[in-house]
Design a protein around this ligand. Structure first.
Ligand code: SAM
Length: 290
């Protein structure tokens, strides 16, 4: 998962997510994503976007895997953007992006103008991102890069040192990350967040359900082919959770208000037609502290 020492390349999965958002889907797109991609990926995004725009019908001229990646990451982004806007409108003024990768919300969403954003990720990922951002002005009032490894960090202390205000509501974003962490780290992270979540705080966390790999039963035995594919990316899948697992995990940290959704629900919420999506086994959990 950690690139070679000294590397400033974003993780492969972070690049894939940004590539998908740079291509976009059904009128939604991340217009800053391309800037953050290594040049080969950026060129690919431009080519793919041209085909989408030229055809006006995404999917027909794209390879199915690319169309699915673009749709999945773009709709995931769009529903979480809406959640962020709602939480800010309700008074939250700090956002913590856990495993931020090439997330662009702090530079993209005008609604964050009075908001402080903390971006947490591995330091080598952050240095490359900062380089590619150049002087791009943030839309957020302030952005702080906070280097962290979720597998080893004392997150409570890291957040306190970074200026997170535990007595004020927080918007926690944990998008496309839990599946790459081991289970104790997922639990420890949630415990740290819960301990710092004032009333009104919200968490948007995605998780991969066992069906992602065609498992049945308890679902934690990965099919060898799928495991090998993620291993080859250097970012093995470590934690898959059922809806029941997630409910229990969040109940354990004191959250009862939990809404779960999947790709089909995101498409319905946004009023767009979803393509068939084998990545649909990544679900979204939205938790609210009262
Ligand atoms: C699939 S990317 C998702 C990035 C971003 N949230 C998005 O949706 O585009 C996973 C991110 O989690 C980060 N990550 C993975 N393991 C981590 C760890 N142990 N500590 C900190 N960050 C980690 C990676 O560096 C990467 O940026």
């Amino acid at each position: 998962m950690t690139p070679p020492s000294g590397s400033s390349r974003p993780s492969r999965t972070a690049r894939a997510a940004a590539l998908g958002r740079a291509v976009g889907y059904a009128g939604h797109r991340d217009d800053l994503a391309e800037q953050l991609l290594p040049w080969r990926d950026a060129a690919l995004a431009r080519r793919l976007r041209y085909r989408v725009d030229g055809a006006g019908r995404q999917g027909r001229f794209l390879r199915p895997t690319t169309a699915v990646l673009a749709a999945h990451t773009t709709l995931r982004m769009a529903v979480i953007d809406d959640l962020v806007r709602d939480a800010v409108a309700d008074g939250a003024d700090q956002v913590v992006v856990l495993g931020a990768g090439l997330d662009t919300r702090a530079w993209r969403l005008p609604e964050l103008a009075t908001t402080r954003v903390l971006e947490l990720d591995l330091p080598e990922i952050q240095s490359g991102k900062q380089l590619r951002l150049g002087g791009t002005p943030a839309r957020a009032e302030e952005v702080r890069f906070v280097p962290v490894d979720f597998h080893t960090a004392d997150l409570d202390r890291v957040l306190a040192d970074a200026g997170h205000q535990a007595h004020e509501p927080t918007i926690w974003l944990w998008e496309g990350v839990t599946m790459y962490l081991d289970e104790p780290s997922v639990r420890a992270t949630l415990e740290a967040l819960a301990g710092r979540s004032a009333a009104g705080s919200r968490l948007a966390m995605t998780f991969a359900v066992p069906a992602l790999l065609g498992d049945s039963g308890p679902g934690r035995i990965l099919s060898p082919g799928a495991r090998a594919a993620f291993d080859l990316l250097g970012e093995p899948l470590r934690t898959l959770m059922t809806a029941a697992d997630v409910r229990m995990l969040l109940r354990d940290v004191g959250v009862e208000d939990l809404v779960l959704s999947d790709f089909a629900a995101w498409a319905a919420t946004l009023g767009v037609d979803p393509p068939r999506n084998p990545l649909a086994a990544e679900h979204l959990a939205v938790a609210t502290w009262h």
